[in-house]
Every structure is written in structure tokens, then in C-alpha cells.
Design a protein around this ligand. Structure first.
Ligand code: GLY
Length: 568
């Protein structure tokens, strides 16, 4: 009898629990330092993180939540969240299998190698950044609808709906975001015929509600028709109309032809961890693997965090990795990128054979490559983990903040200016006075080189870390520093993402450094060794999740920005 009562209580408890999980209103934790058991979403905007967690609470898995977050960010974080851009995803399923989805934009079919050059063959003004010609064919909607159809659990309509509601009802702008919209006001006005939702009569203030009815209608078409709701029909026509209005070259055929690509994950070991990240057309994964490989034989943990010895070694490794990057990396569908060679242990050992423990090696003495074209740093990353062991790391971008600032009239979304990530004139300076390599020259249908580095790390086969960052060329060095902060310096995830960062990218021959990152005595030692420093604004903005030994998930939203972790 006692046994029967116990079973009855158990059944009641299980069904109560099920009910809780089907109720999106169950409480969740939100903040900077949260540890939860069932699921975690860390993104650049509180609205998007809340939507992600509500999808997990409705019984969705990490893929459902990631897709919901991507659409939500397109509404609440138009600085970089998008449907008019692209990105990269690393997915780890609960059975340990890994997948990389490349939904990077592609050059339109009418693109030409010299399309951004004037008649004297020089880069012409701002064509690759501020005009309709600046946009690659967007990849996001193809990517997320595809990943959802393969690995999602919930009905797609339920996954996209929260973003539609957010666009229709609007959301209160955080103060920083109101300021960022105001800073871009002139661009929104001058580059668009109709006034986009991002402009109102007066300036935005924190707490003002941003509503985007046209974007809501576009999202409804995607809800109804999936991928085709973007790449054909009315949305496609509106994109083409917009192109024609501004001498852009994206056609109906470009849109119909666009396809995201599953790529072999780039995998590597580091100490007793293994990581999975993205191969080209992002150069970020190669750099991350090279950096870890180049420092692995050194006990940086014993040397101490930001000790002169550790900073010197890391800067020297970064200098060498970046020298390789500009020369070799490009779209693997167009150029052979020697990924295996560049990340092989023997190669990395030989790459550090001229490392001098006491002196900085001048970048002029390091062979390979052309200087790296400077990249815009406005991108965004989100990380999701569910209680089944599925995890998703996505880095996604429009390139510049708000992309080209051109909003597709009648469709309410921003277009990317990702074409600027190509080498506009191989061998000649780009808008930042830097030059790039031939492997990344513009070609029709080609993907432009990226630095995005979403990563999933495992320890003894178990999920350990989900991470990534915006930051252009500083992305891989940022992700690298977060990994060694956790692995070598035993920091908890919030400390690891908040810690000061530095960055060397071969040329210019200097270490960029956040203010107050390295103490003055150590800086003096490093200067004596031949390093030069330049203090700059913040480097990267990581959104990470660490899985603790007991299986709970710790959120790691970077203090840089309005990143938010939500978990339950
Ligand atoms: N647009 C920045 C990147 O792809 O790395």
C-alpha cells in the first residue's frame, strides 16, 4: 500500500513538472552571475536572452532557442543581430556529434574583382561600406531555417513568434542603445528614401519603445513560408526593389541561389580539452587553434596571469598566427586553404622555433602574408545550452554597426555591408590604410573572409564551454584568452570574460591593450623586451556558458555591453 502511495506521489510530481515545463511563465534567473540546472542563454540583449529561455522552458532544445534568439536579436539588437546578414554556428548534440553551419553572405553574381575601384584603380570612397553595393547576399534566414528543420524540436512557428511579437509590440530601449540609434540617425536618414523605424521626430531616450511593424510583417512571411518567405516572393522583391533604388546588384537569382553550407568542424586538442570551431571562410578558427597549439608546451598558468613572460609568449604567438592568416585564408569553395598544414602540431612547433624568450621578434622578420585588412568590430555572439547536453554557439553580423544603415523599404530590416570584408584591392590599402591578400579578392558567388570564432569546448568528452565574441580581427584572440583564463588560470567564467585583454595582429607591430589591463611594472619589462603598446577601447564582448563539474551551467555575459544571461 505504502509503495502504491509513493508511486502515486511520483506520478503527480512528474506531471506537475511537465506542466511547469510547458508553461512559459515559469521563473528564470537573469543576471551576470547565475548558475542554473536546466538551460542557459547568454546574448547581447536581455529581450533576446529572455526569449531564448522561454523557448527552452516550452520544451524546446538548444537549437530551437538559438533560432528564436537569432530572430529576436534581429528585432532588439539591430546593431548586429540580423536577418539581412550572416554568421557561423557550432552545434554540439547531446550524443557528442558536432556540426558547423556556415551561413556567411556571398558576393552577388554580378560582383567583380575591381567593383570598388575608381578609374585609376584606387579604392573608391565608401562604396564597400555605405552603399547598396556594400551588401553580400544575406545568409541568416537560410541558415537558421535549415538548422531548425534538421535539429529543432518545436514547431518553427512557435520559435519565430516571440520575435514577431517583440517587433509588433516593441520593447523599451536600454539607455546605451537609445544613444547608439541616435549616433546613427544621420546615416539612417541620408541612406534611406523612407524613414525607417530607427528614426523618430526627436532623439531616442532610454525606456522609449521601439516598434518595427514592417519587420514584423517580414517575419510573418518567414513564419508562413520558411526560407522562401525571405528568398522569394514579396520579401525578395522588396530587396531587389531596394537594390534598384540604390544601384545595388543583388538579384532575384542571387537570393534564390543562396545556400548555407555544413562544413567539417575544425577540431583540436588543448591540454586535456578538445575544441570544435569554424574552418574557412572564417580565419578565426585557424588562429584560435594555432594560438593554443603554439603555447601548449608552456606552463602559462604557473607563470601567472598577465605576467611579462605569459604576455610575451602570447603576443609572439599572435604575431605569427596573424602573419599566416592574411596570406592563406579565403573561401575554401574558391581557394585552397591549407587548414590541416596550418594547424598541424609540427608546423606550429616550427612556427615558434625563432621565438626568443627575452626579445620581441620584429614583425618585419616574420615571413608570410600581407598585412591584415582591418575589420569592423561590430558583430554579436550568443551561446545556448540545454539540459540534454545540446549546445549552440553562434556568431552573427551585419559587419558595421547597423550594417550599411540601409533598411529594405517595406521590409523593415537592415542590410549588411559585408562586402568590405573582401580585399577590395588585393595588395592596396583599404579604408583603414591596410592591405589584404589575393585569396580574399572579390569573385561572384564567393564568401568574404571572416574572423568569427564560435567555439564549443569539451573536457573528457563532456560539454565544458560554449563561447564566442564580436571584435573583427580581435575575435580569435579574445576567445583564446577566455579559454586560457578558464583552463590555465582557473578563473570562473564571469572573471574569465571580464578580465582585461590585449591583442597583437602582426601588423601594425604593436600590442593593443585595454586600459588598466597590465600593471605598469610588467608593461615596462615588456617594453624593454621590444614590445610597443597602444591603449584602446574595449576588446571583444564575449557571451559564454561554462558547464560546472556537477553539470550545472554558469552564465558568462561580458561586462562590456548590455549582455545578459538567462537560465532556469
Ligand atoms: N564582419 C566581421 C567578421 O566577419 O569577422
Amino acid at each position: 500500500m505504502k509503495h502504491a502511495v509513493k508511486i502515486l506521489i511520483l506520478v503527480i510530481l512528474i506531471s506537475a513538472c511537465r506542466q511547469m515545463h510547458s508553461d512559459s511563465k515559469i521563473p528564470f534567473a537573469e543576471g551576470r552571475e547565475i548558475v542554473t540546472e536546466n538551460g542557459m542563454v547568454v546574448s547581447a540583449h536581455p529581450e533576446a536572452s529572455r526569449i531564448g529561455i522561454s523557448v527552452l522552458q516550452k520544451g524546446g532544445n538548444a537549437v530551437d532557442a538559438a533560432v528564436a534568439v537569432q530572430f529576436a536579436l534581429a528585432v532588439c539588437y539591430p546593431e548586429a543581430g540580423n536577418i539581412g546578414g550572416g554568421g557561423f554556428m557550432v552545434l554540439r548534440q547531446s550524443d557528442g556529434s558536432k556540426h558547423v553551419l556556415d551561413f556567411r553572405e556571398k558576393a552577388p553574381l554580378a560582383a567583380k574583382r575591381d567593383m570598388y575601384l575608381d578609374e585609376d584603380g584606387n579604392p573608391s570612397g565608401n562604396l564597400s561600406t555605405d552603399t547598396h553595393l556594400a551588401s553580400g547576399v544575406p545568409g541568416t534566414v537560410d541558415g537558421v531555417t535549415r538548422i531548425h528543420s534538421l535539429y529543432g524540436r518545436l514547431d518553427f512557428r512557435d520559435v519565430i513568434q516571440p520575435a514577431i511579437t517583440l517587433a509588433e509590440k516593441g520593447f523599451p530601449l536600454p539607455e546605451d542603445q537609445a544613444a547608439s540609434l541616435n549616433r546613427n540617425r544621420e546615416n539612417f536618414i541620408s541612406r534611406n528614401r523612407a524613414r525607417p523605424a530607427f528614426v523618430k521626430d526627436s532623439l531616442w531616450k532610454g525606456g522609449d519603445i521601439l516598434r518595427q511593424p514592417e519587420l514584423a510583417k517580414t517575419l510573418k512571411r518567414i513564419r508562413k513560408y520558411g526560407r522562401d518567405g525571405f528568398y522569394s516572393g514579396l520579401t525578395a522583391q522588396l530587396i531587389v526593389n531596394e537594390m534598384q533604388r540604390g544601384n545595388g546588384i543583388i538579384t532575384v537569382q542571387d537570393l534564390e541561389n543562396y545556400s548555407s553550407v555544413f562544413r567539417e568542424p575544425l577540431q583540436a586538442g588543448y591540454r586535456n580539452y578538445s575544441l570544435s570551431t569554424v574552418p574557412p571562410p572564417s580565419g578565426g578558427g585557424i588562429i584560435l587553434v594555432q594560438l593554443l597549439g603554439m603555447i601548449e608546451s608552456s606552463p602559462v598558468g604557473e607563470w601567472g596571469f598577465h605576467s611579462a613572460k605569459a604576455v610575451h609568449l602570447v603576443a609572439e604567438a599572435e604575431r605569427r598566427a596573424f602573419a599566416d592568416r592574411a596570406r592563406y585564408s579565403g573561401d575554401p569553395d574558391f581557394v585552397r586553404v591549407p587548414v590541416r598544414e596550418l594547424t598541424g602540431r609540427e608546423y606550429l612547433k616550427s612556427r615558434m622555433s625563432d621565438f626568443n624568450e627575452k626579445r620581441a621578434t620584429p614583425s618585419a622578420d616574420i615571413s608570410a602574408g600581407d598585412p591584415l585588412p582591418a575589420e569592423n568590430e561590430q558583430t554579436t555572439h550568443y551561446s545556448v545550452a540545454d539540459h540534454h547536453g545540446n549546445a549552440v554557439a553562434v556568431t552573427t553580423t551585419l559587419n558595421n554597426t547597423f550594417g550599411s544603415s540601409i533598411v529594405v523599404e517595406g521590409a523593415g530590416f537592415l542590410l549588411n555591408n559585408e562586402m568590405d570584408d573582401f580585399s577590395i584591392k588585393p595588395g592596396a590599402p583599404n579604408m583603414y590604410g591596410l592591405t589584404g591578400g589575393d585569396a580574399n579578392a572579390v569573385e561572384p558567388g564567393k564568401r568574404m573572409l571572416s574572423s568569427m570564432t564560435p567555439v564549443i569546448v569539451e573536457k573528457e568528452g563532456k560539454l565544458f564551454l560554449v563561447a564566442g565574441s564580436p571584435g573583427g580581427s580581435t575575435i580569435p584572440t579574445t576567445v583564446f584568452q577566455v579559454i586560457i583564463n578558464v583552463v590555465d588560470y582557473n578563473m570562473k567564467i564571469t572573471e574569465a570574460v571580464d578580465a582585461g585583454r590585449f591583442h597583437h595582429q602582426w601588423l601594425p607591430d604593436q600590442i593593443s591593450i585595454e586600459a588598466n589591463t597590465i600593471d605598469s611594472l610588467t608593461l615596462k619589462k615588456l617594453e624593454k623586451m621590444g614590445h610597443e603598446f597602444r591603449t584602446r577601447s574595449s576588446i571583444g564582448s564575449v557571451n559564454a556558458i561554462q558547464i560546472l563539474p556537477d553539470g550545472r551551467m554558469a552564465g558568462g555575459p561580458d561586462k562590456r555591453g548590455f549582455n545578459t544571461a538567462c537560465g532556469y
